[in-house]
Design a protein around this ligand. Structure first.
Ligand SMILES: *Cc1c(COP(=O)(O)O)cnc(C)c1O
Length: 375
């Protein structure tokens, strides 16, 4: 237990369960790239990667080279893919730390070729194609040009092709079939038997049949959340995802205020009757978004109670008028389970007008993390 009032607890057994959930959904030959960008979606990149590696994970995906370097230095020996490219100043790191570049432009292909030739080595790269995501990656016609350039240049080898789905979290969305179709066509045109093909995020593994190809790239699901924000199959007895993060704080002060008291900046809440408030040492600096003001609930003594008034930088107020015997120092659950009640990142996301992904990143990366012992 650390010194901060606010504690993020990560359950490695849940991470492990979630890894196996995805592994079981891929066929034997399909590899798994665990997406551990954004410090493992707030769960700690290195700690999460170690859990996944020990569960049999084949590869890891990060956004930037610096993350790949940190992962390699932590002792991860599996493949590490860097999604967001390189520049002159950091290109050497791919070679020094054995990272796999994802490429999407001629300039970086030429840069990598020069660096490889100078070092008298070869480097394998994966090409990122945009098959309908409308984000990073080259369109089909350009992919052919880039592939030719890779084939022409010394020191650089084409080893894989990847793309990404825009709406795979919605099972009925028709775009996924089109995206998969375009990717398949490109794979047939550019791929060779050795190249690794991958397009499936968590949503695609769950909802887009036949999208696993040579490797899957789950992210959010590994941390226990369904990408569509639905609770999943917890009560069905079937294998399901388990949220790995919980966030707690402690009551700093309990105070009784009369009817008609304005609460916090702007007095956006005024008590209707004599009320008891619990002052909590968590605010937007800790990732507890100001957008949650007058909307969120927290768990105290196993009951849901509302946040009243604006959430400040380091403080907010919960209304405990209906609870008996609450004292300063009592535990407050911001995210997770207390007694029979559970607050999920999906629920917090709905209150704040965002998604579980952002809630996990904000709470996880702005507070002290501890890890429960692995079972
Ligand atoms: C983040 C990311 C993923 C994982 O997506 P989830 O929805 O979290 O499963 C997969 N592929 C790419 C390219 C990504 O950026």
């Amino acid at each position: 237990m650390g010194d901060s009032w606010n504690q993020v607890r990560i359950n490695p057994a849940a991470l492990k369960n979630n890894f196996h959930f995805f592994k079981n959904r891929a066929d034997d030959k399909t590899r798994v790239m665990a997406m551990v960008k954004a410090d493992g979606y707030g769960h700690g990149m290195i700690e999460a990667a170690k859990v996944f590696a020990s569960a049999g994970c084949d590869a890891f995906g990060v956004a930037e080279i610096s993350e790949g370097v940190a992962l390699r230095q932590s002792g991860i020996v599996e493949d590490i893919y860097v999604l967001l490219g390189c520049h002159q100043e950091n290109v050497a790191k791919y070679f020094e730390f054995n990272l796999v570049p994802i490429v999407f432009d001629i300039a970086s292909i030429e840069l990598l070729s020069r660096e490889a030739t100078n070092r008298n080595v070869e480097i394998g790269v994966h090409l990122k194609v945009d098959c309908g995501m409308g984000r990073i990656g080259v369109v089909a016609e350009e992919a052919v040009v880039l592939k030719q350039r890779i084939d022409q240049l010394p020191g650089i080898n084409f080893t894989g092709l990847m793309s990404h789905f825009p709406i795979s979290e919605i099972p009925a969305d028709v775009s996924s079939a089109d995206v998969k179709e375009r990717f398949t066509t490109l794979c047939d045109a550019l791929g060779n038997p050795e190249s690794l093909l991958h397009i499936a995020n968590s949503g695609a593994v769950l909802n887009v049949p036949g999208s696993s190809f040579g490797m899957i790239r789950p992210g959010i699901g590994l941390y226990g959340y369904y990408p569509d924000g639905q609770p999943g199959l917890e009560d069905s007895g079937e294998e399901h995802l388990i949220p790995a993060m919980s966030v707690t704080t402690k009551i700093l002060q309990v105070k009784r205020v009369p009817a008609g008291s304005g609460i916090s900046y702007g007095h956006t809440y005024v008590t209707q009757k004599e009320s008891v408030l619990a002052v909590l040492p968590i605010g937007y600096e800790d990732g507890y978004l100001r957008a949650l003001s007058n909307r969120a609930q927290v768990l105290i003594h196993g009951k849901r109670v509302p946040i009243r008034g604006r959430i400040c930088m380091n403080l907010c107020m919960a209304d405990i008028t209906d609870l008996e015997g609450v004292c300063s120092g009592d535990e407050v659950v911001i995210l997770g389970t207390q007694g029979k009640e559970t607050i999920t990142a999906d629920e917090i996301g709905q209150w704040a007008g965002t998604i579980s992904y952002e809630v996990l990143c904000l709470l996880g990366n702005n507070n002290e993390r501890t890890y429960t012992k692995q079972s």
